[in-house]
Ligand binder design. Sequence first.
Ligand SMILES: [Zn+2]
Length: 119
Amino acid sequence: MTNKHLEYFKSLLLRRKEELLNNSNSVFKEITDNNNKPSDEGDYAAEEIRQYLNCTINSRDRKCLLEIERAFARIEQGEFGHCENCGEEIPVERLKVQPFSSLCIDCMEDMELEQRRPA
Ligand SMILES: [Zn+2]
């Protein structure tokens, strides 16, 4: 993983994050447009909207946002691009498809098998 790759993935992750946030922003706008509360209640309204958003951002997007945040943290810590489980480098080609993947393919498959196994 070169610095150039890191920069590339950083901007990729940022773009994904913005896309996700824009999706929720359109919901946000819808609510604020319909919101005729006086401005001195602004803070209260904002809080209300935030709670509403928490319920409306679908859980898949929320999970995605969390994973993006974790990927940023791993970039900061210099761990980005390494498998969280075995420490092996994750191939750049894989990261291009799934920039926030934190497991190599082997570990990912192991985990999926684990999850499919009947309890
Ligand atoms: Zn691994």
